[in-house]
Design a protein. Structure first.
Length: 300
């Protein structure tokens, strides 16, 4: 190798290294759960994101119950980072908890926080696929109940209603929003009301990112306790090709599993990251979130 070639190679390597250093880290902000299946699904989603963007440093920080916490992840970073909440609507975590964690990181880290994942058409794609995996016929005209975690925040409830409309457009059927907690109709009540109207083939789309307390509440409220072991739950949650069987023999209501590591969800995470990067990183220790003129967080 000539001296000129060696210098050229060294310069190219230095350019690649400098570019990598300028690329903000991607921090996935997860809610946190005591469910081993929920943790496995979150990590599987992170793996899919890494496969889509192997050039990024992808980390997962949890808002509670699981290590590493978001504070711990941010404490280990320098330079720039983009936080993408694995949350499905605007609520307390997006408005308060994540900005507080970013502020505590101090001036060594420049951060941007992307909007919550939902509502978005890519989530409608994932929800429709999960329903199909659960056994819903592709051309079924029967309505769907969208089962979300719920919130007392009006903005979060509005996001769930918008997601129901997006899923209705995707599937061409009526979709009724419901929630496990907070204000609004419960999934079981929504199913019962639709059946009272004469719809026998009602199915439930679980609008949650991963298994845990809320997904178990949806299953048990609508179909009764399931009989899977924790090991079965983890295996089915992280394997897209396997249909989930919830509450076997209890009822004929189809209940989809959570969104999990669906390819459309991973693509949406990357899109949120790219949109946040397009605006550049914020001031040291601050969090920037795109909002509309009336104060709502953008979801485009």
């Amino acid at each position: 190798m000539t001296a000129v070639t060696m210098v050229t190679t060294a310069m190219a390597a230095a350019t690649v290294t400098a570019k990598a250093r300028r690329t903000p880290a991607l921090v996935l902000v997860a809610h946190g759960t005591r469910s081993p299946a929920g943790i496995a699904v979150t990590e599987a989603l992170a793996g899919r994101v890494r496969a889509l963007r192997p050039d990024l440093g992808v980390r997962v920080g949890y808002l509670g119950l699981v290590a590493p916490s978001l504070d711990e992840v941010l404490a280990g970073l320098r330079g720039e980072a983009v936080l993408v909440p694995l949350l499905l609507g605007t609520g307390h975590h997006v408005r308060v908890d994540i900005p507080a964690a970013v502020a505590s990181a101090g001036p060594r880290l420049r951060c941007r926080t992307a909007p919550a994942l939902g509502p978005h058409p890519l989530l409608a794609e994932a929800l429709a696929d999960r329903l199909a995996e659960a056994g819903r016929e592709a051309r079924s005209p029967d309505p769907v109940v969208l089962a979300a975690a719920g919130s007392s925040d009006p903005a979060a409830r509005a996001d769930t209603a918008r997601m129901a409309r997006l899923l209705a457009l995707r599937m061409g059927v009526r979709v009724v929003p419901s929630c496990v907690s907070g204000d609004g109709p419960r999934p079981a009540a929504a199913v019962a009301a639709l059946r009272d109207e004469g719809h026998e083939g009602v199915s439930v789309a679980t609008y949650l990112t991963a298994p845990g307390h809320f997904s178990a509440s949806v299953r048990e409220a609508v179909r009764g306790p399931g009989r899977e072991s924790a090991q079965d739950s983890v295996r089915e949650s992280v394997r897209d090709s396997v249909r989930e069987s919830v509450g076997r023999g209890v009822s004929d209501v189809l209940v989809s599993r959570p969104l999990g590591p669906h390819d459309a969800v991973a693509r949406l995470v990357v899109r949120r990251y790219q949109q946040a990067c397009a605006g550049g990183c914020g001031h040291p220790g601050s969090s920037w979130t795109p909002v509309t003129s009336d104060g709502r967080i953008r979801t485009a």
